[in-house]
Design a protein around this ligand. Structure first.
Ligand SMILES: Cc1ncc(COP(=O)(O)O)c(C=O)c1O
Length: 323
């Protein structure tokens, strides 16, 4: 970051940003990519670039776009989100197909279909590629665009051994984050065709995401994609060890098989998630409530195997004390 060569990226003159965009476009097998400050902005620029106000977007009911982007799709793009499926599993191609409208003028035109890999709210579950293929063929038959929220696509890639470009291939646009398990302080990219990125460029400016000498930050992103991808496997091992450590604790329901990547979702007695998050936090174990009785823990490069063991012991002692 200290040595980054910078320029004004609003004029497309920051060589470090250009290098990052080219590298990530290549990794994702797309023509071009655009650096954006956050994953939320990446998703929202993609929605706005694919759709206009009054259009409908089909999303997984569990998705980040539907649940955790502060209503941005309606507020900024003016699109209507149509949630498909229920909690617990990915929606099927048939469920998406039956939600696509028929084109009568009194209906909301369905323009875009969004998927998320890995699926955060369902504990970092990996989207099966055969399901993606089925859904992509429904989208293609019905003339819909396809967007992937791949904030943690890197984790899906490392866990399955499939290159990111293979996982991204069926999609018109992909959003990836540098700031989660990859360890960069800031930044996401959206990738797609050159035309899509040209449109997205304009909306990035409109949404306030055009930055100036931002190569200092892009340099950290370049470091992250070059050095921190393969090691995500350690985070996945740590997540599994954490889930296995939590499983026998009285009052906790953690299913280790659900910890497919770097997220461990576990249940606690009804209505006690907030209180327990505070109690775990007081012991130095920082986790997030994901419902009245559900808690999310994530593993990442700054959490060691020893710290995972310590987290299990701390959670065990809190549960014993508060039982
Ligand atoms: C699946 C998914 N998409 C998008 C985002 C948004 O990323 P950001 O926090 O950078 O806006 C997140 C953040 O947790 C996420 O989990």
């Amino acid at each position: 970051m200290r040595d980054a060569i910078v320029g004004d990226d609003v004029f497309g003159e920051d060589p470090t940003v250009l290098e990052l965009q080219e590298s990530v476009a290549e990794i994702l097998g797309k023509e071009a990519a655009l650096f954006v400050p956050t994953g939320t902005m990446g998703n929202q620029i993609a929605l706005r670039s694919h759709c206009g106000p009054g259009d409908e977007v089909l999303v997984d009911r569990s998705s980040h776009i539907f649940n955790y982007e502060s209503g941005a799709a309606g507020a900024l793009a003016g699109v209507q989100l149509h949630p498909i499926g229920g909690s617990g599993d990915f929606p099927t191609a048939a469920q998406f197909a039956s939600a696509i409208r028929h084109g009568y003028y009194w209906e909301t035109p369905t323009r875009l279909l969004c998927l998320e890999n890995t699926l955060n709210k369902e504990g970092g579950r990996i989207l099966p590629q055969n399901l993606v293929a089925d859904i992509a063929s429904v989208a293609a038959d019905r003339g819909l665009r396809l967007h992937l929220d791949g904030a943690r696509l890197w984790n899906a890639s490392v866990a399955t051994g499939q290159p990111p470009a293979t996982l991204a291939e069926p999609f018109d646009s992909v959003n990836v984050c540098l700031s989660k398990g990859l360890g960069a302080p800031i930044g996401s990219l959206i990738a797609g065709s050159r035309d899509f990125i040209q449109t997205a460029h304009r909306f990035r400016k409109m949404y306030g995401g055009g930055m100036r000498q931002v190569g200092v930050v892009a340099a950290a992103g370049l470091y992250a994609v070059r050095h921190n991808l393969e090691r995500l496997a350690e985070d996945h091992d740590n997540a599994r060890i954490l889930a296995e450590g939590l499983e026998p604790i009285k009052g906790i329901d953690a299913t280790p098989e659900r910890a497919e990547t770097n997220i461990v979702m576990f249940d606690v007695p009804q209505g006690r998630a907030l209180e327990l998050v505070d109690a775990f936090g007081a012991e130095g174990v920082r986790v997030v409530p994901f419902g009245p009785s559900t808690i999310r823990a994530t593993t990442h490069k700054d959490v060691s195997r020893d710290e995972i063991q310590r987290a299990v012991s701390s959670i065990q002692s809190v549960m014993t004390r508060l039982a």
